[in-house]
Design a protein around this ligand. Structure first.
Ligand code: HEM
Length: 444
């Protein structure tokens, strides 16, 4: 709810019209609102008093300055239903405690240890590919990032199960947004095909994660991976996490860690396939720095053009394109004061493509990132990993995986888009290509 002055926004003539328009095409709906009404847009989404914020200063206010005034939660939050009290969805003291416990697993030294896993998995893929073959790069990158996530986080290579896990996660992400709609509790009771598929997917993922936890517990000693750390971690009072809590964190990391990185890589290949000049410039850097050998963690600071390519891909196609917050107390943002309960949308996709912060914003121009950071765009004009106390825990992991996988695969393979196949984003929980990204492989 908004107190005066009220921000501009649409008023639905027919009740529910905005909800339907939103769920039909979330990305188009929100882009249209920003285009028509500007940086702060207020509207009703069913019972929700909702506000879309697109200005970097307002985003900074929500994520950093006034972060304590917000929860992530939506009523009947979908991620809570499926990921329980994992780090993505937990709040307050539980979140702080769990984040503190998980943080060591993502420290620099640990990450360096994961680098070999990443290049080994990418090498396996680069050897399996055939010259001239066509493929949808998205499932290929998802499988790769799932293999990397499962090996690094859980020290188990579940490649055999990767397809089934990938399918379950796709089902979850595809149908889950519907369960945020006002009549969601009712929907969950009905034997609709979507409800049945969703339940099956959830059951499959639950069984899978509890099996991994049991295996770890049976092993006894800590083996150094995240799962083993969680199973053996102790709170200050000496107690251990419950199996349910470990399950929630494990599933959260598996989901958060593979879907996003797989998509980031897929969109990067799409852009490279579409821009042979950028592909050639990246190749020149890889040849100079690596000369045909596999990349290591020590090479990363020297792969500056490759890093710019990945940075720019995350700008144009941010895998996490929408973040939500709810005000738990009255809060002032810019010229407006919002009452407790107001629901906020912040979208990377919109702000990342704003011409006020990025010249020629729709164009793929990696060298725009060559400027020193203080000459670059405002901090919250570009925030693919969010910000503030809830900033992505796996950001370092994601950068490392992105650069190492690109450098490993691109040295051997060039990709070209299959003609006549349109590539368009589809915004669900993450930003996926609507009908995949079909490419033809050519050996360099
Ligand atoms: C390109 C890849 C990735 C992108 C774009 C991304 C993006 C994000 C964003 C935007 C958030 C903040 C959400 C919010 O505040 O509402 C987030 C949170 C999180 N991410 Fe990532 N992420 C990526 C990769 C990863 C990886 C590889 C992992 C783990 C291995 C991971 C684990 C997490 C966790 C646990 C959180 C919740 C942090 C908290 O609330 O304390 N992410 N991510």
């Amino acid at each position: 709810m908004v107190s005066t002055p009220s921000p501009p926004g649409p008023r639905a003539r027919v009740p529910g019209a905005l909800v339907l328009a939103f769920y039909r095409d979330m990305l188009g709906f929100l882009c249209g609102l920003q285009h028509e009404y500007g940086d702060v847009v207020a509207f009703r989404l069913g019972p929700e008093h909702t506000v879309l914020l697109s200005h970097p200063e307002h985003i900074h206010a929500v994520l950093v300055t006034h972060h304590h005034a917000f929860t992530k939660g939506r009523r009947g939050d979908v991620s809570k239903q499926f990921l329980g009290e994992g780090l993505l969805s937990s709040e307050g003291a539980v979140h702080q405690r769990q984040r503190h416990l998980l943080q060591p697993a993502f420290q620099r030294q640990r990450l360096a240890h994961y680098a070999t896993v990443m290049t080994t998995a990418a090498t396996r893929l680069r050897q399996a590919w055939q010259d001239g073959a066509t493929l949808d790069i998205t499932p290929a990158m998802m499988r790769l990032s799932l293999a990397i996530a499962s090996t690094t986080l859980f020290d188990t290579d579940v490649e055999d199960e990767a397809m089934a896990i990938g399918r379950a996660i796709t089902t979850l992400l595809r149908f889950a947004p519907r369960f945020n709609m006002p009549f969601a509790p009712l929907l969950r009771l009905l034997p609709l095909p979507s409800t049945v598929q969703l339940r099956r997917a959830q059951h499959f993922l639950d069984t899978f994660t509890y099996r991994l936890i049991d295996e770890r517990r049976a092993q006894g000693d800590e083996t150094g991976d995240v799962l083993s750390m969680l199973v053996h971690a102790r709170f200050d009072d000496g107690s251990a996490m419950s199996a349910r809590q470990v399950h929630d964190e494990v599933l959260t990391l598996l989901l958060a860690g593979h879907e996003t990185t797989g998509l980031a890589l897929s969109w990067t290949w799409y852009l490279l396939a579409h821009h042979p000049d950028v592909d050639a410039a990246m190749q020149a850097e890889l040849q100079t720095v690596l000369g045909g050998r596999l990349p290591t963690v020590e090479d990363l600071p020297h792969l500056s053009y490759t890093r710019m390519v990945f940075t720019e891909a995350l700008r144009l196609y941010p895998p996490v394109w929408l973040m939500t917050r709810r005000a738990r107390e009255a809060v002032q943002i810019g010229d407006y004061r919002f009452l407790p309960g107001t629901f906020f949308f912040i979208t990377q996709y919109i702000t990342h493509r704003d011409p006020r912060y990025f010249a020629d914003p729709e164009a793929f121009i990696p060298t725009r990132w060559a400027a020193p950071p203080d000459a670059g765009p405002a901090r919250y004009a570009y925030f693919p990993f969010g910000g503030g106390p809830r900033q992505c825990l796996g950001e370092g992991f994601a950068w490392m995986e992105g650069l190492l996988v690109l450098a490993t695969l691109a040295q051997t393979w060039r990709m070209r888009l299959v003609p006549g196949h349109a590539v368009e984003p589809r915004a669900l929980v993450t930003l996926r290509p609507k009908a995949g990204i079909h490419v033809r492989l050519a050996r360099r």
